[in-house]
Write a protein that binds this ligand. Structure first.
Ligand code: NAI
Length: 682
């Protein structure tokens, strides 16, 4: 269809048309030229197949370029007051500022597959260029609230019942957009615009109050959610007042600790998923994965590989164990089908790529093998000997061990260069973190393959050195020990858990211990007892609970009591008695610990361990430690991670507090010195 009297302005800033300053300048000049050209009667704004625009350039945040004219709001004002109608033609993504640009146009045409979203809350912000005012007017208050609070993306085809798009098309996007623009020009001004839609104030207010009540505990801790609802509430009033309120709320948030922490995490996740430059080589191709062990972890790993489109060979030691594993996978897909999250055909097709077997020869077809058998060195070594015999040359051999030394496992094979650690977290098909562990002999392309697999599985892969506990368990153990010290000093488990959940952790450390079972830590501590310095500060409560058969939720009691199969914990006097005995045995006068003291001590313990492990070369970038804690251990994302937190503290005071903490931790607790701290924080 001819577009001779319609100017098509194409955003061209690959890969995703981020609205950086240079692009904003070019849009303004193209609009100005089109508006001045008498041969032009309407304007179409479009992008590429991948993106109309993914929104603001996050790297501009906090720099003068973000606020250099034309800011996005000025671009939008020019569109809003254009003397000729402007139509957005959307394919690929229209997110954040990209969607706000489209919302300010007089018409919108999208392909069915186009994806839209206003995910600003995930960066601690709210839309700052009219999104909170125009999306409710165009898509309706319910849809708008869902999209903005969820920080999610939806396809254009899901909005056909709303006024968001004038047309949603299968193909020929530009033709449809030009036709829409021509119709608007023919109809003459005033053109339709979100600003002319009025919402029912009573309805908006009810919906916003409901959404406010439904915010979960973690959302309530993040100021962006309340600000978002305040802004949306204003969408029932005059547009200019709403825009002014939205802007002031946005400006109030942009420098907040939460927004800076979320930007730090966003950047750290991008960086951690890439190997350091010196290790950048092409990965080995992987299309078939073998998983050894169909227990909790093995089946989770198999599911996540199947979901990523890989062929999976699931290997067990006998038919009974294989059958249990096969059922676990089948139950998982059946649950997704009955929850309406997957259609039946897709579930059958996915599982057709799974080959459960007890025949080890089948492993010969795998490009990569992940071992997830019992956490026992001799068992794992035996598995690796057998893998060495059946895996094809060049296949990558990975262990999912949590604590064992990977060099010792690799040493039983004739190909230690092909061996690495791939440490998944439970549930493996849900948790985003994947620690990729480099052992002494791991080849660079094997590491690259591990990182690439992490991305294929849509995880956050993080490179770690081969040291006890890698990054995550090492920091978490230090944190957990510190929390146990606090019990001896005077806190109860519920004080510690309450203080830390109020800080934002997903679950307090004692609730986590009860959930995952105390026996794992108990067994490890028993194994370490022989080599432990008797003068080391060691809290006996966990061992005493286990000796009484209190293994956590699964046995009805741990640090808390769980009555009648309930998951809700209740306080238990037996535990208090054991804690008081421990305090007395150490000669400690128990005293109440304030919530902020609890949080600070927990964070200091993490920072101290993080600095030690970074100095030891276990992590390659400080930000990697934050990614591990946030993605794998429930550290609140909006608090950035322990490294981000430490960078916010006064360095001198931090050092002094670390010294004090380590002195109270007694013998065997290593202090991160000034140099280690500088390496972590500078
Ligand atoms: P699990 O006990 O649920 O499953 C282990 C499976 O391995 C069992 O089904 C067993 O029959 C099978 N198996 C044992 N020896 C075998 C052999 N020679 N050949 C084939 N299959 C064999 O254990 P889970 O929890 O799945 O843990 C597995 C590994 O993953 C361990 O190394 C553990 O440290 C690690 N891991 C566990 C996490 C967790 O939260 N459970 C988290 C991260 C890692």
């Amino acid at each position: 269809m001819p577009c001779h009297d319609i100017a098509v302005v194409t955003l061209d800033n690959p890969p995703l048309n981020s609205l950086d300053h240079a692009l904003r300048v070019r849009i303004v000049s193209a609009l100005t030229a089109a508006q001045a050209d008498p041969a032009i009667r309407a304007i179409v704004l479009t992008g590429s197949e991948r993106a109309f625009s993914a929104g603001a350039d996050v790297t501009e945040f906090g720099t003068p370029r973000q606020f250099a004219e034309p800011i996005l709001r000025s671009v939008l004002e020019q569109v809003r007051h254009s003397s000729k109608p402007v139509v957005a033609a959307i394919d690929g993504v229209a997110l954040g500022g990209g969607l706000e640009l489209a919302l300010a146009c007089h018409g919108r045409v999208a392909t069915r597959r186009a994806k839209v979203g206003l995910p600003e809350v995930t960066l601690g912000l709210i839309p700052g260029s009219g999104g909170t005012q125009r999306l409710p007017r165009l898509a309706g208050i319910d849809v708008a609230l869902g999209l903005m609070l969820g920080g999610t993306q939806k396809t254009a085809s899901e909005f056909v019942d709303t006024s968001l798009f004038d047309r949603v098309v299968e193909g020929h996007l530009l033709d449809a957009a030009c036709a829409c623009a021509a119709e608007l020009a023919d109809a003459g001004a005033p053109w339709p615009h979100a600003d002319r839609i009025h919402l029912d104030p009573g309805y908006v207010s009810t919906k916003v109050s409901l959404a406010r009540q439904r915010l979960n505990a973690r959302q309530r801790l993040q100021p962006a959610y309340a600000a978002l609802l305040d802004a949306v509430a204003a969408s029932a009033g005059p547009m200019d007042e709403g825009l002014a309120l939205e802007r002031s709320l946005f400006l109030g948030l942009i420098g907040s600790t939460e927004a800076r922490a979320l930007r730090h995490q966003f950047k750290a996740e991008r960086e951690s998923a890439r190997l350091p430059d010196a290790l950048q080589v092409a990965p080995r191709p992987v299309s078939t994965v073998a998983v050894i062990g169909a227990g909790t972890m093995g089946t989770g790993i198999a599911i996540c590989a199947l979901d990523a489109g890989l062929d999976v060979i699931l290997v067990e030691q006998d038919d009974a164990a294989l059958s249990r594993g096969r059922h676990r996978v089948a139950d998982h897909y059946a649950a997704r089908v009955s929850a309406g999250k997957l259609d039946e055909h897709a579930a059958v097709a996915v599982q057709a790529r799974l080959l459960p077997t007890i025949d080890w020869q089948a492993i010969g077809r795998a490009d990569l093998v992940i071992e997830a058998v019992f956490e026992e060195l001799s068992v794992k070594q035996d598995v690796f000997r057998r893998l060495d015999a059946v895996a094809r040359p060049g296949a990558v051999l990975a262990t999912n061990t949590s604590y064992l030394d990977i060099d010792t496992i690799a040493a039983v094979t004739s190909r230690p260069q092909d061996v690495l650690g791939l440490h998944f977290f439970s549930p493996a098909n849900v948790m985003k973190l994947l620690e990729v562990i480099r052992s002494r002999d791991t080849a660079a392309d094997v590491l690259a393959t591990g990182m690439a697999l992490g991305r294929t599985l849509r995880k956050s892969p993080v490179l770690c050195g081969n040291a006890f506990g890698f990054i995550g368990n090492r920091v978490y153990n230090a944190y957990r020990r510190q929390c146990e010290f606090m019990l001896e000093d005077g806190a109860w488990p519920e004080d510690v858990d309450r203080a830390l959940t109020a800080f934002g952790v997903a679950m307090g450390p004692f609730a986590v211990a009860d959930l995952s079972g105390l026996d794992i830590a108990w067994r490890m501590r028993l194994a370490q007892a022989a080599t432990r310095d008797p003068r080391e500060r060691h809290v006996p409560v966990l061992a005493q609970l286990c000796e009484q058969g209190r293994m956590g939720q699964k046995s009805g009691a741990g640090y808390y009591r769980y009555t009648d199969g309930q998951r809700a914990p209740s306080t238990d006097e037996t535990v208090r008695g054991l804690i008081e005995q421990a305090s007395a045995a150490r000669g400690l006068q128990r005293h109440a610990l304030k919530a902020d003291e609890i949080v600070r001590r927990a964070l200091l313990a993490m920072v101290n361990e993080a600095a030690c492990l970074h100095a030891d070369g276990v992590s390659s970038r400080p930000g990697d430690i934050d990614v591990v804690l946030v993605q794998g251990y429930g550290f609140p994302r909006w608090q950035g991670g322990p490294v981000f937190w430490a960078r916010e503290q006064d360095r001198k005071q931090l050092l002094a507090e670390l010294r004090e903490l380590v002195a109270a931790g007694g013998r065997g607790m290593r202090l991160a010195d000034e140099a280690a701290l500088a390496l972590l924080l500078d």
